[in-house]
Design a protein. Structure first.
Length: 281
């Protein structure tokens, strides 16, 4: 699977195209609903009869219908707004303007609200699509922030300013290569540090992903400071400022950012993308 910044930008544009279409369709549907409701105000009900149609589906079932109604012994005609569903000589309800009987409409549910329902349905579909695309884009951006360590850096900054955090001195226990996924063929590395809380309980901490082997730049049992949220020990961040600048903190992005299908699906659909999920706060 390949995801690039350009692809995310294009998806973002598509999101807003979908939402714009949804907004226009829903606005027009709402206007049509109000307009038909306004049209019906002050109209008088009368019974009409289907007398003619411009086409046929089968037998005498019409594709459109012309309805005749009588007002003060004068014949008037109105055409149905919805094709289909009428028989010749079928009795249908009609509403007409008592001041101008030529201004009339067939008073059935579909004739009244078909356009509103159609546009409302289209708007709802595009709205759902736009929201879904926004959600996918949000998850994709969160995924890249996670594997690039941006969210871990942001968490460290928040904890360093928080009064409910404390620092714990830890020692490097092991360097672990995560082979569950890769970016451009490179598997990420993590530092695993151990320390103790005030009660003497052993704690283990995993660093955010490192995109080159840090073995040459750290020593056995090297000390690292970890900031921990006192109310939630699963919220922590390791101070990696002691690492050499030669240790890659960002994923290899050339020629394109790639991630294994399994890891990407785990992130989107199972809600647990990576083993150190707690770093994504």
């Amino acid at each position: 699977m390949t995801v690039t910044p350009t692809a995310i930008l294009r998806q973002s544009v598509l999101d807003y195209v979908f939402l714009a279409i949804a907004g226009i369709a829903l606005a027009v549907a709402f206007y049509c609903h109000l307009h038909r409701a306004w049209e019906k105000e002050g109209m008088v009900p009368v019974t009409g009869i289907v007398v003619n149609a411009g086409g046929h589906f089968s037998g005498n079932r019409s594709a459109s219908a012309r309805v005749e109604f009588v007002v003060e012994q004068r014949r008037h005609f109105v055409t149905t707004a919805v094709a289909g569903g009428y028989h010749k000589d079928e009795v249908v309800p009609v509403l007409y303007d008592p001041v101008n009987p030529q201004r009339a409409l067939v008073n059935t549910f579909l004739d009244n609200w078909f356009i509103s329902l159609l546009l409302g349905g289209i708007g709802t579909i595009f709205l759902s699509g736009g929201v879904l695309l926004l959600w996918i884009q949000h998850r994709a951006q969160g995924f890249w922030k996670h594997i690039s360590g941006e969210d871990a850096d942001a968490l460290y900054a928040r904890l360093s300013r928080s009064r409910r955090s404390r620092s714990i001195s830890t020692r490097l226990q092991e360097i672990r290569c995560n082979e569950t996924f890769c970016v451009n063929g490179i598997h990420p590395w993590q530092l695993v540090c151990v320390g103790q809380d005030e009660s003497g309980q052993r704690l283990e901490f995993e660093s955010p992903y490192l995109w080159s082997d840090p073995s040459s730049f750290v020593t056995e049992w090297q000390a690292f400071t970890v900031l921990v949220d006192l109310k939630n020990l699963q919220r922590y961040a390791i101070d990696l400022s002691a690492l050499s600048g030669e240790v890659m903190r960002q994923p290899p992005l050339a020629p394109a950012r790639q991630v294994s299908q399994e890891a990407f699906n785990d992130f989107f659909y199972r809600g647990k993308p990576l083993p150190d999920e707690h770093m994504g706060d």
